[in-house]
Design a protein. Structure first.
Lengths: 396, 376
């Protein structure tokens, strides 16, 4: 057989070529780029390690296995890191820290609440509710568990249940904070004007920054739904001054700028935030409006993120994916499909707007019927929905 | 969307936040490892790719603890990485665990940052019908880590998402569909004729004079297309018939010849065909040379097939596909070359330069092959 090795053809080589082809073929799926290489110098830096991701941090994690008073703050740290950086890996590190405390019988209630927060951050809302029920069974008065429950129910569009979680939680916190929880739900539940007026009366003196930030972003979103864009802009800017690392407020503010056709301002506000997919999406939308050549790399990164997520069977960024298909890729049919799927997972005002817009763009305004039904039964109002809303109503 | 951010922050949590809230430059998809494997009978070859950050968590790549991982540090950590992967990724064939060995680590740039790329091979003892994979990479450090598997075997590609929770995952490999086998072997046939330059040189040596006719010891252009066309068809058909016959006989292991003999005779056949253009002995009926040596070229093709193996349940389909691929590749070359030869046939370039000197060059090249193959 040795004669063959000298032939210009090698079956093994062909096999490698085929594998390479197969890998290239799946490149779109997995986001494979280029091919492996050996850097030219030992000093080439391959990666910088973000906070809490070093091998030496594992000592703290080992300690967290033995001591709940180490595990709880460490898990909180990772969850907070994931919020300020948008980095989903931190949620996995939180899982690792919490695992031993969830596996013991009975599970530690503190660990259950944090676990529910992780599940909520991954948009596993139904699982989060089940975990919270376990935590509340052990500690029916746990304020953190009740607040998280209110949040999850609200994201699911289950406003009456969310309101009663707020009422349960009210006696255990500052009455003004309780008001914030209750009024923000009234604002979704058909009493938008009076809720907005009530929240404007709240004076956040002596509040923690995080609490003030919550107030301003609620006010900003209510103003948007009322069609008061100037007010909304003021609230969002106030909020951003207070919490510049809050990625969700930044996203809301960027959306307002995009609505006003201020694509260049959008890019300025989001400069340096490309690592967070929801913000990268807004960047891509602005780049598309400006015909910016940097749109191609932004889109490639978003596509890779969505397809990796799909491959894992997760749905953290369904909303962003639908919006990407609608506003960047301009594929309204596929956008509608994903927006419908997203509507089964979460029902915030943004999800309703998205489905209305996708249905209209796809030429199937009737596909938005679930949103109309939702708005009718909850009393949700949104000035931004008008055009697509009337089209959907007309299509019934 | 706002209350979800709100948690009454205990003092310690706020303190820890100060440790590092710097927005990083890379995208933040969840942690994925990419495991690509290709099965070739008992052997598995492929690579595991892990984000540099994940490699750090697994074995501690940042040796000087400056918060950065350099290429030098990655290279210095190879042994630790290999040990880690041996302990966290296990492949099983029908005869139990397949021992892993590793190649030198490299770097792959993906959209979400640099990944370390660790080539690996596994020997599974017997031909694989089922491969079981136990993937526990990073499970203790990040339970949300997943291994995205691309498994290629016998022309089929399977993908799967692996994690520690699902334990040992079996993948069935022995059911290639006849259609996928057909496509794979068709490709292999075409590839083989294009990259196996010796078969083409033999055929071309026989076809160069097809647009000429021998008169008074001189090459003259054929007056019309028809005789040239007849010459080409006869040579190509004879070659095809001959090598198809022996390829089938060898593929079903009815006749077996030592590779060294067939390879050497193939080289010799090129010399004969090329010399016949310079010192013509056979001028009419070159198809006989094509047929006679075509029999041996068929054994040459068969050695490629025996290397690939014919898939169970699709043996005949694969053989026909491979043969068809060879014909397609061969016809493509004939169709590309012969019209040009026909157009140039009356020129001095063709008859006085290309015929003698081109044929000499081919003969010289084939002579080198003959010496190499016969002495191997």
């Amino acid at each position: 057989m040795s004669g063959r090795s000298r032939r210009p053809y090698s079956p093994r080589g062909r096999r490698c070529a085929l594998i390479a082809l197969a890998l290239l073929g799946s490149a779109g799926l997995a986001g494979v780029q280029a091919s492996p290489y050996a850097p030219s110098s030992d000093s080439v830096v391959l990666a910088e390690l973000p906070a809490g991701t070093r091998y030496s941090d594992l000592a703290a994690r080992r300690l967290a296995r033995e001591r709940l008073d180490v595990a709880v703050p460490l898990a909180q740290f990772y969850i907070q890191q994931s919020r300020v950086s948008g980095d989903l890996r931190y949620l996995g590190y939180a899982d690792a820290v919490l695992a031993p405390w969830l596996n013991q019988r009975p599970a530690a209630p503190e660990a259950l609440v944090l676990h529910a927060t992780v599940q909520q951050s991954r948009h596993e809302f139904t699982d989060a509710l089940a975990t919270l029920d376990r935590a509340l069974a052990a500690r029916p008065d746990d304020a953190q568990a009740l607040l998280t429950r209110a949040t999850v129910l609200r994201v699911l569009g289950r406003y009456p249940e969310a309101s009663s979680a707020c009422l349960q939680f009210a006696p255990r916190v500052d009455p003004q904070i309780a008001q914030l929880c209750i009024q923000s739900l009234r604002g979704l539940n058909g009493q938008l004007e009076s809720a907005y007026a009530a929240l404007r009366q709240v004076s956040p003196q002596g509040w923690l920054n995080a609490e003030k930030s919550w107030l301003y972003s609620e006010l900003g979103e209510m103003a948007l739904r009322l069609g008061l864009e100037t007010d909304a802009q003021r609230w969002f800017l106030q909020d951003l001054k207070l919490a510049p690392t809050d990625l969700y407020v930044r996203a809301a503010y960027a959306d307002l700028l995009l609505r006003q056709g201020r694509a260049e301002d959008t890019l300025a506000v989001l400069n340096g935030y490309e690592s967070f997919e929801p913000l990268l999406l807004r960047i891509a939308i602005a780049q598309r409006q400006l015909r910016d050549p940097r749109l191609a790399p932004s889109s490639a990164r978003l596509r890779a993120a969505f397809s990796a997520e799909a491959q894992r069977g997760e749905a953290v960024h369904r909303r962003e994916q639908a919006r990407f298909l609608l506003e960047v890729e301009q594929q309204p049919q596929r956008a509608l499909q994903v927006a419908l799927e997203n509507w089964t997972l979460q029902r915030e005002p943004d999800d309703a707007l998205l489905l209305l817009a996708a249905a209209q763009a796809a030429g199937h305004p009737a596909a938005a019927a679930p949103v109309l039904e939702f708005m009718r039964s909850t009393g949700l109002r949104d000035a931004r929905a008008n055009l697509a809303y009337s089209a959907a109503v007309a299509a019934r | 969307m706002s209350i979800r951010r709100h948690l009454g922050l205990p003092a310690l949590w706020a303190l820890l936040m100060l440790l590092g809230a710097v927005p990083a430059a890379e995208a933040h998809i969840a942690s994925n490892g990419f495991l690509s494997l290709a099965v070739d009978r008992a052997a598995v070859a492929g690579a595991l790719e892990l984000a540099i950050r994940d490699g750090e968590l697994a074995v501690g790549l940042d040796r000087d603890r400056d918060g950065k991982v350099s290429w030098g540090e990655l290279r210095a950590s190879q042994a630790a990485l290999q040990d880690y992967v041996r302990g966290h990724l296990k492949l099983y064939g029908s005869q139990g665990e397949c021992p892993l060995s590793f190649g030198p680590v490299q770097v792959n740039a993906r959209v979400d940052g640099n990944y370390l790329w660790l080539p690996l091979t596994a020997e599974c003892g017997g031909a694989l019908k089922r491969l079981s994979i136990d993937y526990r990479v990073l499970n203790e450090e990040d339970p949300s880590h997943r291994g995205l598997l691309t498994l290629r075997a016998y022309g089929e590609v399977q993908t799967a998402v692996l994690d520690a929770a699902s334990g040992k995952r079996p993948f069935e490999l022995d059911h290639p569909s006849p259609w996928s086998a057909f496509i794979e072997y068709l490709h292999a046939g075409i590839w083989h004729i294009w990259s196996g330059i010796d078969h083409l040189l033999f055929l071309l040596s026989l076809l160069l004079p097809a647009v000429l006719v021998r008169r008074n010891d001189r090459w003259e252009a054929v007056p019309m297309a028809a005789p040239a066309f007849r010459n080409i068809v006869k040579v190509v058909t004879a070659f095809t018939l001959a090598h198809s016959m022996t390829l089938s006989l060898a593929a079903f292991e009815i006749i077996r010849l030592p590779a060294r003999l067939t390879e050497s005779v193939i080289a010799a056949s090129i010399i004969v065909a090329a010399l016949n253009n310079i010192f013509p002995r056979v001028t009419e009926g070159r198809w006989r040379i094509a047929f006679a040596f075509g029999l041996l070229h068929g054994f040459g093709f068969a050695s490629v097939l025996s290397d690939m193996g014919l898939p169970q349940g699709a043996r005949l389909v694969s053989l026909v596909a491979f043969n068809l691929g060879v014909e397609v590749g061969q016809l493509a070359v004939v169709l590309a070359v012969m019209p040009i030869a026909y157009l140039l046939r009356a020129t001095a370039l063709y008859r006085r330069a290309l015929m003698p000197w081109g044929s000499s060059a081919i003969a010289a090249l084939a002579l080198v092959w003959l010496v190499q193959r016969a002495s191997a």
